[in-house]
Design a protein around this ligand. Structure first.
Ligand code: G6P
Length: 512
């Protein structure tokens, strides 16, 4: 039934968007940049070098948005094989995917130590933690010699390197270049591009939250100035939600001398006017439905149902990431089991987690803490016939899709999250009118609010009550909420996200 609905709504939306994008982009060449690209080459067991899709929901959403748009995508070479490909293509772009090329990819080889400083030390440890308010400021971080050096010898030069490649890609492109930079890895890039191409149309999108000015002020002045001025070298600076865009405008107002118009969402930088906008990213629900329809996913669905038996299934699917609040999710579950004994033996919590950023000790510790918490929970509550938590830490995409089809309750409780695509994927894939418990601090909350049970991310007691409410919800109400979620997610696709931003850039191009 749900599936039929998906199919019948697919085509018109897709056709409409591709026509719009072609019109919008007429005479322009879209050049896209992100640290992680859509493809990563690895050597398989039989010695052949094969392309694998870039990991993570953000890359898939971007990939879906760019399909059919004829863009060039510039990204870091992540593996030695990527470097070989970059080298073999003479540093230029190659069409991808080979069997049905939809865009060109240009991979940038980056020296190992500089990459570590840029990616691990500055992007993932300093900026990611700042933007998600994950610092424990009485204790850490220290901005020390190591950090200053990582900035000067990693973050700055790698951003400059990206800028150089983007300028090259722009000068080789047939139309007026329109450069779209993604995320916290590339905050300093636009400034270098602007110096070399003063008339370029430059856009930056941040996929994480943007923090408030007092928090940003904790960074040394030169760092925070470079971040903000770097972004203000763009024509459009964009975020997922109004909250993040407003935080950025307040940062500009309090930390720079540029005139800021909060109501219009603009910052005047000399002769230029920078637009600050928000566009919530979404998913390619048609592509996702196809991926979830494979035999492999069906096999996992059967296995999962068999393991869950007649019990209610609570699910979480996350990268092992501190901002996802995974440990507190288990504390919430413990509180729930302590308060509602009637559920003992009648629920099972599946946690499908995939490892991430293992180069950083804090992520390795987090995995160990999660494992210890789950072990303790199971020791405390398990019986001969019931294991209350099943934890699977592996990168198993088909299994995650299967879980999303089958849950009764999906727990999405991040402390802060730029968007949270799992909440949207679950909404369109689930086949049981499952209930979504969603943190008020997920970017997706603003869109999905009407169909979820909200949870406050620190409140384990309130969350336990919310979980009980979700499990007891009657079928009519579940169905109403589930269809509301489907309606909202299908109403804003990955292609809409891109189209909205290209419209902003065109507006900026007319008014600057
Ligand atoms: C998540 C974040 C994105 C970020 C990406 C980087 O998906 O939401 O904002 O760009 O992680 O992941 P990576 O594995 O490349 O560090």
């Amino acid at each position: 039934m749900v599936k039929d609905k998906v199919t019948s709504m697919m085509k018109p939306a897709a056709d409409k968007k591709s026509v719009d994008m072609h019109q919008l982009l007429e005479g322009h060449s879209l050049i896209f940049a992100s640290n992680r690209g859509p493809v990563e080459f690895r050597t398989d067991e039989d010695g052949t070098m094969t392309p694998h899709r870039g990991a993570g929901g953000m890359v898939s959403a971007l990939e879906a948005a760019l399909r059919g748009v004829n863009a060039t995508w510039v990204a870091s070479a992540m593996t030695p094989e990527d470097e070989t490909v970059a080298h073999d293509s003479g540093g230029g772009a190659f069409a991808f995917p080979p069997e049905d090329p939809t865009y060109s990819v240009r991979l940038i080889p980056i020296e190992g130590r500089a990459y570590h400083r840029y990616y691990d030390v500055i992007s993932n440890l300093l900026l990611w933690f700042m933007q998600h308010y994950l610092w424990d400021i009485p204790f850490w971080p220290d901005v020390n010699e190591h950090t200053h050096r990582a900035w000067a010898e990693g973050y700055q030069p790698v951003n400059e390197l990206f800028a150089g490649e983007l300028v090259k890609a722009a000068s080789e492109s047939p139309g007026k270049p329109l450069l779209m930079l993604q995320d916290y890895h590339l905050y300093l890039c636009a400034r270098h591009i602007r110096e070399r191409m003063p008339d370029a149309l430059i856009h930056h999108f941040t996929h994480s939250p943007w923090c408030q000015p007092d928090y940003l002020r904790l960074l040394p002045p030169y760092m925070r100035n470079e971040l903000v001025e770097g972004l203000l070298s763009c024509d459009v600076v964009s975020f997922h939600t109004d909250r993040y865009a407003t935080n950025f405008l307040w940062c500009c107002r309090q930390l720079t001398d540029h005139p800021v118009d909060l109501a219009r969402g603009t910052v005047r930088v000399g002769e230029r006017r920078v637009l600050v906008r928000h566009h919530p990213i979404s998913i390619d629900y048609q592509g996702l439905a196809r991926e979830a329809g494979t035999d492999e996913v069906s096999r996992h669905r059967k296995e999962i149902r068999h393991a869950v038996g007649g019990r209610k299934m609570i699910l979480r699917v996350d990268r092992v990431e501190l901002s996802k609040n995974i440990l507190r999710g288990f504390k919430l579950y413990r509180e729930f089991l302590n308060r509602y004994h009637e559920w003992w033996g009648k629920v099972v919590f599946l946690a499908f987690l995939y490892p991430s950023r293992l180069g950083l000790a804090v992520y390795r510790r987090y995995i160990a803490d999660i494992e210890a918490e789950v072990e303790a929970l199971n020791e405390e509550f398990a019986t001969k016939s019931w294991q209350p938590v099943v934890l699977e830490i592996e990168d198993n995409y088909p299994r995650s899709l299967a879980g999303l089809c089958e849950y009764d309750v999906l727990m999405v409780n991040p402390l802060f999250d730029g968007m949270n695509l799992v909440s949207k994927e679950g909404a369109v894939l689930n086949k049981r009118n499952g209930v979504l418990l969603l943190s008020e601090n997920a970017g997706s909350f603003d869109e999905l609010e009407g169909g979820v049970i909200p949870i406050s991310p620190l409140d384990v007691e309130g969350g336990a009550g919310a979980l009980n409410e979700a499990l007891l919800m009657n079928e009519g109400e579940r169905a109403r909420r589930a269809s509301e979620l489907v309606r909202v997610v299908r109403g804003n696709t990955a292609a809409d996200w891109l189209a909205g931003q290209v419209e902003d850039i065109m507006e900026a191009g007319r008014t600057t």
